[in-house]
Design a protein around this ligand. Structure first.
Ligand code: AP5
Ligand code: MG
Length: 214
């Protein structure tokens, strides 16, 4: 099964993608994670992306599409994948359609996580991840069972994203409404869009996604 998780910054795309990796054995392809890795490694793409990401803008379509295209050529995605963070505008969606058709990787569904803007700022500013395995947490909504220790790998080091501050979040939300939200209509007209109430608690959203994909 090949799906897209669509939704604004902080909607829960990464959280739910990780759960789908476990439950459905799909591979998460997060363009944000790939770009952050490129920035951390100081690659050519990373150097171009760094300032744009920290300001909450969109990295160029060419860069993200070529990173994703290379990733889709690897064998591990043949059992199914979740696109998290791409497409981000109609131009990316159109190129992605052509790319997926050429690679014979048809999309089964686009799941939209619908969340109010006010909730997103709180979610993003409280977010942190395990520095070792990347497991996601939240100061208020998703804490590790033992304080300061990752549930998944036992690490005691955690990190926060450079773009997770209130000012950058506002820019990211503006970009979402102007450029990414039109994709709801784009995929709706193709008949593959499934809407999920992303305001519900994390387990509830997981169940709704399970039902939408059944
Ligand atoms: P990206 O990494 O994709 O960030 P984003 O879209 O802004 O989304 P987030 O990762 O912030 O949120 P999420 O939906 O994954 O939420 P999460 O599950 O973590 O992109 C970053 C940047 O990279 C972009 O700004 C851009 O510059 C660049 N970029 C990436 N892709 C690009 C592309 N295709 N083209 C151009 N540029 C691109 O959840 C958030 C928090 O809320 C967590 O702490 C979680 O525990 C909590 N939470 C989750 N669900 C719930 C719930 N139901 N109730 C309560 N809390 C919840
Ligand atoms: Mg994410």
């Amino acid at each position: 099964m090949n799906i897209i998780l669509l939704g604004p910054p902080g909607a829960g795309k990464g959280t739910q993608a990780k759960r789908l990796e476990e439950s459905k054995k799909l591979i998460q392809l997060s363009t944000g994670d790939m770009l952050r890795e490129a920035v951390a490694n100081g690659t050519e793409y990373g150097k171009k992306a760094k300032d744009i990401m920290e300001a909450g803008g969109l990295v160029s379509d060419d860069i993200v599409l070529s990173i994703v295209s290379e990733r889709l050529d690897q064998d591990d995605i043949k059992g199914g994948f979740i696109l998290d963070g791409i497409p981000r505008n109609v131009a990316q969606a159109e190129t992605l359609d052509t790319m997926l058709a050429e690679k014979n990787l048809p999309l089964d569904a686009v799941v939209e996580l619908v969340v109010d803007d006010e909730a997103l700022v709180e979610r993003i500013t409280g977010r942190y991840t395990c520095a070792k395995c990347g497991q996601g947490y939240h100061d208020k909504f998703e804490q590790p069972a033992r304080e300061g220790v990752c549930d998944k790998c036992g690490s005691t080091e955690f990190k926060r994203r450079a773009d997770d501050n209130a000012e950058t979040v506002r820019s990211r939300l503006k970009v979402y409404h102007e450029q990414t939200e039109p994709l709801v209509g784009y995929y709706g007209s193709k008949g593959i869009l499934k809407k999920v109430d992303g305001m519900a608690d994390i387990d509830d959203v997981t169940s709704q996604i399970g039902e939408a994909l059944a």
